[in-house]
Design a protein around this ligand. Structure first.
Ligand code: FAD
Length: 348
């Protein structure tokens, strides 16, 4: 993409391979809660945002059948239903939604270049909301039971395991943190860890060891998630002795890492060692005019309401950036240009 030739005037422009170049004030990448909320706020700010959703609407949120902790829905709401409502709300105010997956971005020039399979966009401000995904075990049964006993989010699903037994796989901070959280509901939490010591911080370790509901299975890896309609346990083996065992449980929570969808931005934006996009409190990344929101920049909370809030903040900041830039280069911001046009029409 770096070598792509472009003339200076962007309107009606085509790249060398004939793809039309489409210019937008704000482009949002990612159709999860963060991106949908960013699109809503940018649309209400009159910036006519384009939201590149990717392959499916709603992101991770759409994969949960029942969301009980998103405010405003006392009876809970399905994740996909929530995403559809968010999409309707954003389009009502003028956001354009496209099911296009971004293949490449170039943030070194300005406007920023965003390439999908079908189109080539230029954006004066960019909001990245590409989310993240939990690292999976990759063992038989895991995929089949996602939503039926296999979970990657204790805050989301812990409540369903009142007085039940659950397995937590992992030995880092997230695994211990979530295991301790799960003891509020479950009668027993069994932590299966592939080593004989934990990677988690000392305080978390102390709290976990002191908790009578938590039991550890050391030096052990999970080979299969077992069940019929619902999970009944896991088959595992000891890496030192090779001995196999079945651990009975009603749920399996996997915490072996979390992968932000940030590979498109590697080398162009500052990332943490784990690949999360680094932002300041105002969702600004290391490149002025590029903002990030939601799970792609949040290693700590990973909740829909927080992703949505960050999306709103990113859009407000993007609007501020455009207004300041317009002032500096003497351009008319979109909203002002439109308002003046309306006034002229009324005077005629
Ligand atoms: C099974 C499960 C259950 C959950 N339950 C709850 C719950 O009950 N309550 C709660 O608050 N949270 C819950 N969460 C967490 C919540 O879903 C996430 O915190 C939230 O979805 C993050 O929103 P996001 O917009 O940052 O990212 P995501 O939801 O991950 O969305 C990212 C979007 O970016 C798109 N994308 C990625 N790459 C590209 C690309 N190259 N081009 C275009 N688009 C791209 C994806 O297609 C997707 O649409 C759950 C998560 C999971 C996995």
């Amino acid at each position: 993409m770096g070598g792509m030739s472009l003339s200076l005037n962007l309107s009606g422009l085509r790249t060398e391979d004939g793809t039309e170049v489409l210019e937008r004030e704000i482009v949002v990448i990612g159709g999860g809660p963060a991106g949908l909320t960013a699109a809503l706020y940018a649309a209400r700010g009159q910036s006519r945002p384009l939201l590149l959703i990717g392959q499916s609407l709603g992101g991770q949120a759409a994969t949960t059948s029942e969301m009980e902790n998103y405010p405003g829905f006392p009876e809970g709401i399905g994740g996909m239903a929530l995403a559809e409502q968010m999409a309707r709300q954003a389009t009502r105010f003028g956001a354009e939604l496209a099911y296009e997956e971004v293949q490449e971005v170039n943030l070194r020039g300005y406007p920023f270049q965003i390439k999908t399979y079908g189109a080539d966009y230029r954006a004066k401000a960019l909001i990245i909301a590409t989310g993240a995904r939990a690292r999976q075990l990759g063992v038989p049964g895991e995929k089949k039971f996602i939503g039926h006993g296999v979970s990657f989010c204790a805050t989301c699903d812990g409540y369903f395991y009142k007085d039940k037994t659950v397995v937590v796989v992992g030995g880092g901070d997230s695994a211990l943190d979530e295991a301790i959280y799960l003891t509020r509901f479950a009668k027993q939490v069994i932590i299966i860890h592939r080593r004989s010591e934990l990677r988690a911080g000392a305080i978390l370790q102390q709290r976990a060891f002191a908790n009578p509901k938590i039991r550890f299975v050391w030096d052990t890896v999970v080979d299969e998630v077992l069940g019929d309609d619902l999970v009944t346990g896991v088959r595992a083996h000891n890496v030192q002795t090779g001995e196999e065992q079945v651990v009975n449980a009603d749920g399996v929570f996997v915490y072996i890492g979390f992968l932000p969808n940030s590979s498109l931005f590697k080398g162009q934006l500052e990332l943490t060692s784990d690949g999360f996009i680094i932002t300041d409190k105002r969702q600004r990344t290391s490149v002025p005019g590029v903002f990030a929101a939601g799970d792609v920049q949040d290693p700590d909370f990973r909740q829909t309401v927080i992703a949505a809030g960050a999306g709103a903040a990113a859009a407000i900041e993007a609007e501020r950036f455009l207004a300041e830039r317009a002032y500096e280069v003497g351009e008319q911001p979109v909203a002002e240009a439109e308002t003046e046009g309306e006034e002229e029409k009324q005077q005629v």
